[in-house]
Design a protein around this ligand. Structure first.
Ligand code: ZN
Length: 275
């Protein structure tokens, strides 16, 4: 019989494996995509964050050799209270989200896996996922847990790719709309695309995934966007979305190859005594 990494082709999805097959993957990196079900303006569907991060995770993992990494089922629901004024948005309470992410990570570690990346697709989840990562690390010395949104890993590529100025890449924006036009074109209501960059009266505030303002305002999205869109989706195109998707997948793939080598004990160079 062939080994687990050879049977049934090369599926990177944890859910496609049997428990016996997965037992052979304990050195692999576990990737958990985290999304949201929340409004994305009048032109994009509610599942954007979950759809995009899952595609990115699977494509990046697929590019590594079989058995190097697996992708857990996407956690579709997120911490989305700021969007609850818009119909169809779901949100877990922050305490619940923290519990869920810690408990899912704990399940993985209980089986002897050692590396987990929360690959995030919704900005509102980040602070809680960082808390989850620290909580999981507290409970085990050989655990390596990392948190990153895909647009952070691909920040340099996105900075070169974007055409919008400050505020153009935020929510249902130039980036997300381009990726959707490439990956899920039938889901985009092109005639409903409408830009919106809030005209903040304080220069301390800026809402952009590539670097916000100096101060984070704890607002509801409805306080600063009547449609839910924040950014310039009018600059989006399927062609540019394909270009960006390929760059993001390359960047996430490169990070996964790096992350595979991480060990808590060797993450920092210790100067030699004769130095
Ligand atoms: Zn989004």
């Amino acid at each position: 019989m062939s080994g687990p990494e050879n049977s049934g082709g090369h599926s990177v999805r944890l859910g496609d494996q049997t428990w016996r097959e997965l037992e052979g993957w304990r050195d692999a990196v576990g990737v958990m995509p985290t999304g949201a079900i929340e409004q994305h303006g009048p032109h994009l569907p509610l599942a954007v964050d979950a759809l995009l991060v899952e595609r990115i995770a699977e494509a990046a993992a697929q590019a590594l050799e079989p058995g190097a990494t697996f992708v857990c089922p996407t956690l579709p629901y997120g911490y989305s209270v700021a969007h609850l004024d818009f119909c169809g948005t779901f949100s877990l309470a922050p305490e619940t989200y923290l519990h869920v992410s810690v408990e899912l990570g704990e399940s993985l570690f209980s089986h002897g896996f050692r590396r987990l990346l929360f690959l995030n697709g919704h900005g509102g989840n980040v602070d809680l996922l960082k808390t989850a990562a620290r909580t999981l690390r507290e409970r085990g010395d050989d655990r390596v847990v990392a948190v990153a949104s895909y647009w952070q890993i691909a920040a340099d590529s996105i900075a070169k790719w974007r055409r919008s100025g400050p505020g153009g890449v935020s929510h249902a924006c130039e980036m997300e709309t381009s990726l959707m036009l490439h990956l899920f074109p039938a889901h985009v209501r092109r005639e409903q695309i409408e830009d919106h960059i809030p005209a903040w009266t304080s220069d301390a505030i800026l809402d952009d995934l590539q670097g916000g303002g100096r101060v984070f305002p704890g607002l509801r999205v409805a306080d600063f966007s009547p449609t839910g869109t924040v950014g310039t989706p009018s600059l989006a195109s399927a062609e540019r979305g394909q270009d960006l998707f390929e760059q993001i997948v390359t960047d996430v793939h490169a990070f996964l190859a790096d992350f595979r080598t991480w060990e808590v004990a060797t993450m920092v160079d210790t100067p030699s005594s004769d130095a």
